[in-house]
Ligand binder design. Structure first.
Ligand code: ADP
Ligand code: MG
Length: 591
């Protein structure tokens, strides 16, 4: 009964707990993994930005170096130029010149210069020599009306010829600076490209008559290219450089090609540095970029996040799964061990007490039935009492008056005996039925119990005594009913000690209650009988000996006095001395 009830409940209880624990741990694990990936992505972004910053610094340094180089070159060129005599003649030639900005051609008057014994115009010995010494570009300019015209240069036009005859117009930062006798440093568009440049005036008789130029191609990025090509970021990342048009200037694979992601340019151009994240073939790619003003280009770095994450994710997930599983197992174990176990025990106890309750209910129903029966039997007993009286009286007379040698003696003896037995049963039934009202009077409980022993036939081999430690022995109780109850208990005790023993009555109490314990050293009551003691008609005694009504009468009387009764007993000599104690607690006033 109990087993069937508990096992499915055990499962029913544990399964939801298991599901909850697994769900919670799994969610925490997922959250943890997610968080690590997120923080790792943040780390990727910030390290990419840092990478780009570093590359931009490299460009800057390159730029500064270029400028310094150009300054040095200019000094060298200057010394070399003036190391040879420069003679400026009064006569001049007319040449065709070309405005380098507008490409307009016209004629111009050019004074004749002789440098190192050679006419300078169209001769390039000096600039070619200088190119060998310092590298880069170098040009000698002469002043003409509309600007400064190249007379000797190593700069080539797109067709390969030297750029002699092209001039920088007066209205330009270079011409304006140099005309005032100052050196111009900076970026300049020379023929077809941007250069880091320096222009120095050539002054004769306090008059600017020409200028010397040295320059280094700005986007001469061989060195940077070499460095950046070698640079790798993480597992999947690399730096790259592209210009305003989106042409890749430095890239591990696609140099010279336009940037594939045209839209990148559009979103980049609006803000000059930043971070982009977009998905590409199902991967998340991060690009950090920064505009480098002096070279008019963008330096950028990129990684594919997922490829960077993969190892981390794998580690995080497998680690988390392991920790999660261990956590789940531990949690389940502890829950099972400390909660469920206790709960099951509790439920077990609950089931037991439920069963007991059911039994009690059963007993109650039975006793209700018995109450009815009591009433009926009381009626019957009353009706039977008179005819039985007649039977016992007349059978007694017949017994007495029968001749001594009559063969009917054994018959009449049987009739008398059985009639007495009937009387005994009927009086038992009457007692059982009568207890329904308490008429309480003040009683000295000690005297009362001592007196009760006089109503029981106690064999010589049984020692009986009453022990009391009461200061105030006064108790309110129904004398007649209580006497019956105690006598019944004492009779039971005596009947449980066929081989003799001790019958002790202990009386204890306080202001409110009195406890009477009737203890014998008899056979004891077996465990299985304990539950049935107070059930009417329960008896272990032979038919004719016990009615099984004694203890139910006692129970009824005690309850009517608003008291309590319980039994303690040991029937197993292996467990210690055998014997039974009935412990009755009575309020001093039962009303
Ligand atoms: P009866 O005495 O007529 O059998 P009771 O109601 O007085 O009926 O007692 C019920 C049963 O309880 C007895 O048959 C006996 O088995 C057991 N019992 C009662 N008191 C004792 C006792 N003091 N020692 C051992 N068994 C007892
Ligand atoms: Mg009895």
């Amino acid at each position: 009964m109990i087993g069937k009830f508990v096992i499915p409940l055990k499962l029913k209880l544990f399964l939801p707990v298991m599901v909850i624990v697994i769900t919670v741990v799994a969610l925490i694990t997922l959250w943890f993994v997610n968080r690590s990936i997120r923080s790792f992505n943040d780390q990727i972004s910030s390290s990419l930005a840092l990478e780009v910053q570093t590359i931009a610094k490299m460009f800057e340094r390159e730029n500064i170096l270029k400028l310094e180089k150009v300054q040095t070159n200019l000094r060298v060129a200057n010394i070399q130029f003036f190391a040879k005599p420069l003679v400026v003649y009064d006569d001049s030639i007319t040449i065709e010149v070309e405005n380098q900005r507008t490409n307009q051609r016209h004629e111009a008057v050019l004074p004749v210069w002789v440098h190192g014994g050679e006419r300078l115009y169209g001769h390039h010995a000096f600039v070619d020599f200088m190119e060998e010494v310092i590298g880069g570009t170098i040009t000698v300019f002469q002043k003409i009306d509309s600007g400064f015209v190249r007379v000797s240069t190593n700069i080539r036009k797109s067709d390969g010829s030297r750029a002699v005859g092209t001039y920088i117009p007066n209205v330009s930062p270079v011409a304006e600076t140099v005309t005032q006798g100052e050196v111009y440093y900076g970026r300049a568009f020379v023929v077809d490209d941007w250069y880091t440049t320096a222009y120095e005036p050539v002054i004769i008789d306090n008059e600017v008559v020409g200028m010397l130029y040295v320059g280094d191609k700005e986007k001469d990025m061989d060195e940077l290219q070499r460095i950046l090509h070698r640079l790798r970021i993480g597992n999947s990342g690399y730096p790259f450089v592209f210009d305003n048009e989106g042409t890749l200037l430095i890239h591990p694979e696609r140099e010279g090609e336009p940037l594939r992601e045209r839209w990148l340019i559009d979103s980049i151009v609006s803000n000059k540095s930043g971070l982009l994240e977009f998905s590409e073939n199902g991967h998340t790619r991060t690009v950090a970029y920064r505009y480098f003003e002096p070279f008019e280009l963008y330096v950028a770095a990129t990684v594919v996040n997922d490829l960077e994450n993969r190892a981390l994710v794998r580690n995080a997930v497998s680690g988390a799964i392991m920790i999660g599983s261990i956590a789940i197992l531990l949690l389940l174990f502890f829950i099972y061990r400390f909660t469920s176990d206790r709960l099951y025990k509790y439920l077990d106890a609950l089931a037991v007490s439920k069963a007991k309750l059911a039994d009690a209910e059963q007993a109650l129903k039975q006793s209700e039935k018995l109450a009815h029966m009591g009433q009926i039997s009381a009626g019957i007993a009353h009706e039977l009492n008179n005819p039985l009286g007649v039977i016992t009286m007349y059978s007694g007379i017949v017994q007495d008056e029968l001749p001594e040698d009559s063969p009917l003696h054994s018959d009449i003896d049987l009739i008398v005996e059985q009639a007495n037995r009937c009387k005994h049963i009927v009086s038992g039934l009457l007692n059982f039925a009568r207890r329904n009202k308490v008429v309480a009077t003040k009683v000295n409980i000690v005297d009362f119990l001592e007196h009760s022993l006089n109503n029981v036939i106690i064999p010589k081999n049984i020692k009986s005594a009453v022990h009391s430690n009461l200061e105030d022995p006064e108790v309110m109780l129904d004398k007649e009913q209580m006497m019956q109850a105690f006598v019944n208990l004492e009779k039971n005790a005596v009947e449980a000690m066929p081989d003799g023993g001790e019958l002790n009555i202990y009386i204890r109490g306080d202001e409110d209650t009195v406890t009477v314990t009737i203890a014998d050293t008899g056979t004891g009551i077996s465990k299985k009988d304990m539950d049935n003691l107070f059930t009417p008609f329960f008896t272990t005694k032979l038919a004719g000996k016990g009615t099984g009504l004694g203890l139910s009468l006692v129970y009824g009387v005690v309850k009517m006095h608003k008291g309590g009764i319980r039994a303690k007993s040991n029937a197993d000599p292996a467990q210690g001395p055998t014997g039974t104690q009935f412990i009755i607690t009575l309020p001093r006033t039962s009303s």
